[in-house]
Ligand binder design. Structure first.
Ligand code: FES
Length: 153
């Protein structure tokens, strides 16, 4: 099967029922997307598919074929990080870090929908991405900072 991932066409010899998460991690080597719960309850596996934030554990390879997929590896680069990634670094959001690629992908999607979210809107969108380290206050701070950066750009 063929997948458009981070702007490049990638091939993987997989069954259409395989979860997209395994395609990304095990077949394409994109291990920045994490396996958390496997039942779409934690958000650690959040990626963008055709502009939507989706849980890669619940989408099949067959459903993802032909779509534009973006993972944390494709959001920005170390030289040119996405404003959300830059804000995350500046606010030192991560603790253990396990949930953070999913948090960043969810936050980037939020800012595409709503360039100036309120605290309540941030909490409502980000509450589906669990963080056992409790980084929510800094997530909120970093989303506001990223929103400002994107407004200035
Ligand atoms: Fe540890 Fe979120 S930073 S789970």
């Amino acid at each position: 099967m063929e997948f458009m991932v981070n702007g490049a066409l990638r091939e993987a010899d997989v069954e259409p029922e395989m979860p997209l998460l395994w395609v990304l991690r095990d077949e394409l080597g994109l291990s920045g997307t994490k396996f958390g719960c496997g039942i779409a309850q934690c958000g650690a596996c959040t990626v963008h598919v055709d502009g939507l934030a989706v849980r890669a554990c619940q989408m099949t390879a067959g459903e993802a074929e032909g779509a534009e997929i973006t993972t944390i590896e494709g959001l920005g680069t170390p030289e040119a990080p996405h404003p959300v990634q830059q804000a995350w670094i500046e606010a030192q959001v991560a603790q253990c870090g396990y949930c953070q690629s999913g948090q960043i992908m969810q936050a980037a999607w939020l800012l595409e929908q709503n360039p100036a979210p309120s605290d309540e809107e941030i909490d409502a969108t980000m509450s589906g991405n669990l963080c056992r380290c409790g980084t929510y206050p800094r997530i909120r701070q970093a989303v506001h900072a990223a929103a400002s950066k994107m407004k200035e750009a």
